[in-house]
Design a protein around this ligand. Structure first.
Ligand code: G3H
Ligand code: 13P
Ligand code: ZN
Length: 387
C-alpha cells in the first residue's frame, strides 16, 4: 500500500476515541520491526524520523552536527525503506518528520517521501512561530502533506535545546495559533517531558487538553492534539540496564493511567522514542553479558567497547556506529551483526507492542479512511475541512 498522509489516521483516532502512537526510528532494523508489530496487531502506523535521526540515517555518526545534506540523504533513505516495506503491508502507514526546525529540513523530508511534517517553532516568539508554521503549512498542504505545529515549551532536551522548566500551553493562544496557521495537529505542553528523567509520579494537566478541545468544538475549528515526551520509562527496563552495568539515574516517566486519561481528554497522537532506546540498550547489554566471547568479535566488539565507555548513555546511536552499513542499508555480514539486529528488533517490538495496546489502536487499521496525497491536495482547497 502506498504511504498515506497522517491526517486520515488522526481523523480515525479522534472519531473512535483511541490515540495514534508515533514511534521514532533511526535504523533499517527499527523500520522493519515497527512495521511488523503494527501489522501483527492490525494497528494503523505512524513512523517518525527526527531531523537528527535523518542525519544519522544519512550516514552521519556525529549526528548532532548533521548538515542539511546529511538530513536530505537520510530522509530519502528512510523514505525508501519505509516505502519498500509498506508495499506488502496491509495497514495504513504514514511517515512523519519529528521536530522539524526550518523550511529547508521540511522540504528535505517531503522530497524524501515523508507524508507528514512537524515544524517546531515553540522556542520562537509567538508571532515568529505563527509565521514559520504558516509558511510550512502553505508548502506542505499544496502537496497533500499533513502539518503539526507546537505551542508551549516542554522541559528537557528537545532537538538538543535544553529547557530547565516548561511553559504550559495557553488554551486561548492555542486556538488563535490553530486559526492563524491552519495546522492539522498541535503539540502542546501539559506536563510531559522528553528523555528518561521526567520526574516522579508525574501528573498531567489534562484540563489543558479538555479546554482546547472544548473551544475547538464550540468554534467549529478542526485540529488534533499531540502529546510529545510521553515515554513510560518502565522501571523494569531501567533496573535491568543498571544490573547489566549501565547507569541510569533519577529515571521516571509518564504512567499508563495518566496517558490513558489524557487520551480520554482528547489526545490523538502520542510520541514515544526514549522507551525504544532504553529497551534496545538493555537488550544489547544483556547480549554482551550472556555472550562474553562476543566482546572481542571483529565485527561487533567495538560496540561493546563503546557501551563500556558510555555507561550512562541510553541512545543506541552512540553505540552502533561500528555497523553503519547495517544501520543505513540493512547489510548483515555475519551472525554477530545479526545478533545485534535482533537486539534492536526485539526492543522495538517490546515497547511498541505494549504502547499500541495501551493507546487502544489494536485492530483499528480497517477504520482508517485512506486518502492519497493527491486527494488531500483537493481537500485542503475546500473551506471547512473537518476531523
Ligand atoms: O523528541 C525528539 C526525539 O526523541 C528525537 O531525538 O532529535 O535526538 O533524534 P533526536
Ligand atoms: P520521549 O522522550 O518521552 O520518548 O518523547 C519522544 C518525543 O516526544 C519525540 O518527539
Ligand atoms: Zn518530541
Amino acid at each position: 500500500m502506498p504511504l498515506v498522509p497522517l491526517r486520515p489516521l488522526l481523523e480515525a483516532a479522534n472519531k473512535y476515541g483511541y490515540a495514534q502512537g508515533a514511534f521514532n526510528v533511526n535504523s533499517v532494523a527499527q523500520i522493519k520491526a515497527v512495521i511488523e508489530v503494527h501489522e501483527m496487531l492490525r494497528s494503523p502506523l505512524l513512523i517518525q524520523g527526527a531531523e537528527l535521526g535523518n542525519g544519522f540515517m544519512g550516514g552521519r555518526t556525529d549526528f548532532i552536527n548533521s548538515t542539511l545534506e546529511d538530513k536530505r540523504v537520510g530522509a530519502k533513505k528512510i523514505g525508501d525503506w519505509v516505502r519498500k516495506y509498506a508495499e506488502n503491508a496491509s495497514i495504513p502507514i504514514a511517515l512523519h518528520l519529528d521536530h522539524g526546525t526550518n523550511l529547508d529540513a521540511v522540504i528535505a523530508a517531503i522530497d524524501g517521501g515523508y507524508t507528514s511534517v512537524m515544524i517546531d517553532g515553540s522556542h520562537l516568539p509567538y508571532d515568529q512561530n505563527v509565521e514559520i508554521t504558516r509558511e510550512v503549512v502553505k508548502y506542505a498542504h499544496a502537496r497533500g502533506v499533513t502539518v503539526e505545529g507546537e505551542l508551549g515549551i516542554l522541559a528537557g532536551v528537545e532537538d538538543h535545546v535544553f529547557s530547565e522548566s516548561s511553559t504550559y500551553t495557553n488554551p486561548l493562544q492555542a486556538i488563535d495559533f490553530i486559526r492563524k496557521t491552519e495546522v492539522d495537529s498541535l503539540a502542546i505542553s501539559y506536563g510531559t517531558m522528553h528523555g528518561p528523567v521526567k520526574g516522579k509520579n508525574v501528573k498531567l494537566r489534562k484540563e489543558i487538553v479538555i479546554a482546547i478541545k472544548e473551544i475547538l468544538q464550540h468554534e467549529g475549528i478542526v485540529c488534533a492534539i499531540v502529546s510529545h515526551g510521553s515515554s513510560k520509562v518502565p522501571k523494569y527496563i531501567v533496573d535491568e540496564i543498571n544490573l547489566l552495568g549501565g547507569i541510569v539515574s533519577n529515571a521516571g516517566g509518564i504512567s499508563t493511567s495518566e496517558i490513558q486519561q489524557a487520551i480520554q481528554a482528547g489526545i490523538a497522537k502520542i510520541n514515544v522514542d526514549t522507551d525504544i532506546r532504553l529497551a534496545v540498550t538493555r537488550n544489547m547489554r544483556e547480549f554482551f553479558y550472556k555472550n562474553p566471547l562476543k566482546r572481542d568479535s571483529s565485527s561487533i566488539g567495538a560496540i561493546y567497547q563503546l557501551m563500556e565507555e558510555n555507561k550512562k548513555q541510553v541512545d543506541p546511536r552512540a553505540f552502533i556506529t561500528p555497523i553503519m552499513e547495517t544501520v543505513t542499508d540493512g547489510v548483515v555480514p555475519d551472525e554477530d551483526v545479526a545478533a545485534i539486529v535482533k537486539c534492536i528488533e526485539k526492543g522495538v517490538k517490546e515497547v511498541v507492542g505494549t504502547s499500541i495496546v495501551e493507546f487502544g489502536s489494536v485492530g483499528k487499521a480497517p477504520l482508517v479512511e485512506c486518502t492519497s496525497l493527491d486527494e488531500m491536495i483537493l481537500k485542503y482547497k475546500q473551506p471547512a475541512l473537518s476531523i
